[in-house]
Design a protein around this ligand. Structure first.
Ligand SMILES: Nc1ncnc2c1ncn2[C@@H]1O[C@H](COP(=O)(O)OP(=O)(O)OP(=O)(O)O)[C@@H](O)[C@H]1O
Length: 284
């Protein structure tokens, strides 16, 4: 990930193609400016985690990057074209899997549903849905209903549904916030495997600093009011990631402390800005 629009160095030093760019991106809800002048680019196959204080604008940023929300300033460019609507090639996974799955449809039909809306034929829908379910380790539950599955399995179904459209980039908004710690660790490892296997570009919002450092090639820290990119930290831990070994590394602890310190400092700056706003606001 870089702060410029240039191509990004890959693992072997060769340039990798830029998939998505924010160019001077800003968003406001009415009079309220959420963030301003965000400029960064994400390379093909890169795993970026976005962290920052609650309410800073992480979800709003994801929505702008996927074309669900329009930019108030600047632009988002996906694979070279300015984004106005959700582009083909991008899939989204939300936190609340229980609301995103249809309880009356089988697991297979839930995964195939967006393909139907996209006009993909029946046999091809089934083939792609089965392929996506195999990718997330759910080959055996295709005929079950979501309510027969655990929370972690339901979130895997939601991930399979995103993969079935064969995206080149997947964005996930706090996808593992509602599951227990062991399931969360399993889902994290699943996303790493999927990224490696499919060569996906992934952007993921999380509140969990350990999760961000474990998963990311780059941790993007948002802060301020309006928010800006406080830092973009490259994570270069010896791979492949392992929940016990990686998290025991001194380098992991150092990176976690660094992200934590940036967020804490940013939080203090935001609190000071809020206090200044309150003082400046006219009394009713
Ligand atoms: N549709 C909307 N209209 C007006 N304000 C909104 C809207 N959506 C979000 N906001 C406000 O914009 C700010 C940023 O919200 P956003 O959800 O992007 O932050 P976040 O960093 O993802 O928060 P959290 O970490 O709590 O999920 C918040 O103050 C929120 O209340």
């Amino acid at each position: 990930m870089t702060t410029t629009a240039e191509s990004t160095p890959g693992a072997a030093g060769a340039p990798r193609d830029t998939v998505v760019e924010a160019r001077g991106l800003g968003h406001s809800y009415g009079e309220r400016r959420i963030f301003r002048d965000l400029s960064f680019s994400v390379a093909a196959g890169e795993f970026v985690c976005i962290v920052g204080p609650s309410g800073v604008g992480k979800t709003t940023l994801l929505q702008c990057l996927t074309g669900l929300l329009g930019a108030s300033e600047g632009e988002v460019v996906f694979e070279g074209a300015t984004v106005h609507d959700p582009p083909e090639g991008v899939a989204i996974v939300f936190q609340d899997y229980s609301r995103s799955l249809m309880p009356w449809l089988s697991v297979l039909d839930n995964v195939a549903l967006p393909l139907r809306s996209a006009g993909v034929g029946k046999a091809e829908r089934r083939r792609r849905a089965e392929e996506a379910l195999a990718e997330v380790g759910l080959r055996d539950v295709t005929d079950s209903y979501p309510w027969q599955l655990s929370g972690g399995m339901q979130q895997r179904v939601a991930i399979a549904r995103a993969l079935a459209s064969r995206p080149r980039m997947t964005v996930l908004d706090e996808p593992f916030a509602s599951v227990d710690a062991q399931t969360r660790a399993d889902l994290e490892d699943l996303m790493l495997r999927v990224r490696d296997h499919l060569g996906l570009t992934i952007m993921l919002v999380t509140h969990d600093i350990d999760e961000a450092v474990y998963l990311a090639d780059t941790v993007l820290v948002l802060s301020g009011r309006p928010a800006k990119v406080e830092t973009m930290l490259s994570v270069d831990l010896p791979g492949p990631q392992d929940q016990i070994t990686t998290k025991s590394l001194p380098e992991f602890a150092a990176l976690r402390s660094e992200v934590y310190a940036v967020i804490k400092k940013a939080g203090e700056k935001t609190a000071a800005a809020k206090a200044a706003e309150a003082v400046a606001a006219p009394r009713s």
